[in-house]
Each structure stands twice: as structure tokens, then as C-alpha cells.
Design a protein around this ligand. Structure first.
Ligand code: HPA
Ligand code: ZN
Length: 340
């Protein structure tokens, strides 16, 4: 008789100690909280009920999602709103095994409608401090530039942010990808790196493999967010594997935004088999049907996942994080004790 490798249960995948490296805090805004905040702030959402809003979550591509994402985040106005948003995300994430998180926030989506950077950072920081104290979840914030807005705005955003928070550990690049190549942001990323920040960028979600190359060569990023279209270029896959570049893959997001036809066709496992440092993440969990543990379960069900693979994805997330060395070591020890 041959031993078949153990497949982790739902509970085991929730308990798996892991880091979440690709998570937009604004994308954790659940419809019930959106209505609560709208009422509190005297704003009328263009939907009558939570169910009406949820019915809009049928996306055809990235832009169709972004339209709703930017519209709905307008209910976030005060420091207390951002704290509540972050607090609820961390509570759910912690219950699904997230031990360290590096949330993105989109400052320009807030400053452009009159909400100050301090308001966003104040609320997020308060909730993240609380999360570390009460739940043992550590974190670092990633400031993400909107690539479909002028580069000068990204420059001004960086200048403002550098004066305001020591909780920002990295810069990122998100929003509509096609037509907005990483090359546009070469200078602002150089300035962020010179200021001691880490760098990551969304690339190869809807955009071509060339954008992944630009992010590596021109922005000098340490991780690629999504990066799944790299699978179309064997030379790029070899390079990612050789240089140990982490990809922060978001399986449920890719299905919902139709960057893959179905989860069974997702390149995640092929990339892993080619030696690429694959991590699993939730992106905008309120919109895409699941938090981090749910993404692990969905991958297991559609593509298969052995105990060793689950452990490797979790290990990759810990070693690819920007957490201090001692924290990574502590979490790796927790991971060693995990059993499917
Ligand atoms: N891709 C690009 N930009 C984003 C996303 C995404 O999945 N979520 C929030 N902003
Ligand atoms: Zn994203």
C-alpha cells in the first residue's frame, strides 16, 4: 500500500500560522459595515439594502470592481471609521490563522475626497496596535500609489507620508493596470527606497509579463503582487524561481475578476512546481468571497493541496514578509508545530 499525502482539513487550514501580504484594507469593507458607516456619517449609498449592494458583486474585470470599490469606500470618513474597518478585518483574519499582516491602503482614494492622511493612518494604526496587544497579530502598513492617477500626485503623497508615519514599511502600486506600466513610477519608487522603505507592486494581474519585468528592473520591488501572467513567459518564470521573488497570489480575486476562467485553471500550482515562491492572499476579501483561510480552502478544493504544500505556502508568506527577523523565527517555530 502506498501512503497518499495528507490533505489538510478546513480547520487545519484555518489554524495554519500564516502572513497576509496582499490585502487592501478598503477591500475589507463588508456591506453591513458600509451601511452602518453611511448612516453614521449621513451619506446615502446608491443601494437600498445590504443585499442590493451585494448583488453588485458580479464583476467582469478589474475596472468593474474598482468602480464599486471607490464608490463604496466613500462611507469611510473619520478616524473611528478606519479603526473599526481595520479592527473587524483583523478579528476575522486572526480567526483564520493570520499572525502577521501587511495591509495596503490607498491614500489618494481618501485625500482626493477631502479625508486627510492622518485620519486614515490614525485609525488604522490604533486598530493595528490593539491587534498586536490583544490578538498577537503583528503588522506593517504599505502605502499604495494609484497608478491611474498622475505621477505628480504619487510624489506628493510620498512626501506627505514620509513626514507622518513610522508604521509605513513599504510602498506599492495598484488600481487599473493596463496602460499604466511600472516605468511611469520609477522615480517615486527610487525616492521611497532611498528613504528606507521596502517596495512591492501589482503587476501581471491583467497586465502582460513585461510589466512584471519592469517592476523588477525599474522599481526594484522585492515582491510582485499577483504576477500570475508571468506564467505565460517561461523565461520570466525561470527568473522568478532563480531570484526567489515572492508572488502574492490572490486565488478568489482572480476568479471574481476573471483573470482566470476558473480556479481549476489557476497557474498557482504550476508556478509552485516551477520553484516560484508562491504565497496565497485574499486581496479584497469583502468583495471576492473569502478571507485568507477561505482562499487556502478554495485552492485545496480546486487544485489539490497536500500538507507539505500548505506548509510551503505558509512558510513562503512568513519569509517573504517584512517582519523583523525575530518575529519571522517565532512564527516559523509555530508553523513547525502545525499539523494537518
Ligand atoms: N488590483 C488592483 N488594484 C486594486 C485591487 C486589485 O485587485 N484591489 C484594490 N485595488
Ligand atoms: Zn490587490
Amino acid at each position: 500500500m502506498t501512503d497518499t499525502p495528507a490533505t489538510p482539513s478546513d480547520a487545519a487550514l484555518y489554524a495554519l500560522p500564516k502572513a497576509e501580504l496582499h490585502l487592501h484594507i478598503e477591500g475589507t469593507l463588508e456591506p453591513d459595515l458600509a451601511f452602518e458607516l453611511a448612516a453614521r456619517n449621513g451619506i446615502r449609498l446608491p443601494y437600498d439594502t445590504v443585499d442590493d449592494l451585494r448583488r453588485q458583486y458580479d464583476f467582469s474585470d478589474l475596472q468593474s470592481f474598482l468602480d464599486l470599490y471607490y464608490e463604496t469606500l466613500d462611507v469611510l470618513r473619520t478616524e473611528a471609521d478606519f479603526a473599526e474597518l481595520t479592527r473587524r478585518y483583523v478579528a476575522t483574519a486572526a480567526a483564520q490563522g493570520v499572525r502577521h499582516v501587511e495591509p495596503f491602503f490607498d491614500p489618494q482614494a481618501h485625500t482626493s475626497r477631502g479625508v486627510a492622511l492622518e485620519t486614515v493612518l490614525g485609525g488604522m494604526t490604533a486598530a493595528l496596535d490593539e491587534a498586536e496587544r490583544d490578538l498577537g497579530v503583528t503588522s506593517g502598513i504599505i502605502l499604495s500609489f494609484l497608478r491611474d492617477r498622475p505621477v505628480e500626485e504619487a510624489e506628493a503623497t510620498l512626501t506627505a507620508a514620509l513626514q507622518r508615519s513610522d508604521r509605513i514599511i513599504a510602498v506599492g502600486l495598484d488600481s487599473a493596470e493596463v496602460g499604466y506600466p511600472p516605468a511611469l513610477f520609477e522615480k517615486v519608487f527610487a525616492r521611497a527606497r532611498d528613504a528606507g522603505l521596502h517596495a512591492v507592486a501589482h503587476a501581471g494581474e491583467e497586465g502582460p509579463p513585461e510589466y512584471v519585468l519592469e517592476a523588477l528592473d525599474l522599481l526594484e520591488v522585492e515582491r510582485i503582487d499577483h504576477g500570475i501572467r508571468s506564467a505565460e513567459s517561461p523565461g520570466l518564470v525561470d527568473r522568478l524561481a532563480r531570484d526567489r521573488i515572492p508572488l502574492t497570489i490572490c486565488p478568489l480575486s482572480n476568479v471574481r475578476l476573471r483573470t482566470v476562467p476558473e480556479l481549476a485553471a489557476h497557474p498557482l500550482r504550476r508556478l509552485d512546481a516551477a520553484g516560484v515562491r508562491v504565497t496565497i492572499n485574499s486581496d479584497d476579501p469583502a468583495y471576492f468571497g473569502g478571507y485568507l483561510g477561505d482562499n487556502f480552502i478554495a485552492v485545496r478544493d480546486a487544485l489539490g493541496m497536500t500538507e507539505a504544500e500548505a506548509r510551503r505556502y505558509a512558510r513562503n508568506s512568513l519569509t517573504a514578509s517584512f517582519a523583523p527577523e525575530e518575529r519571522v523565527a517565532e512564527l516559523l517555530a509555530e508553523l513547525d508545530a502545525w499539523r494537518a
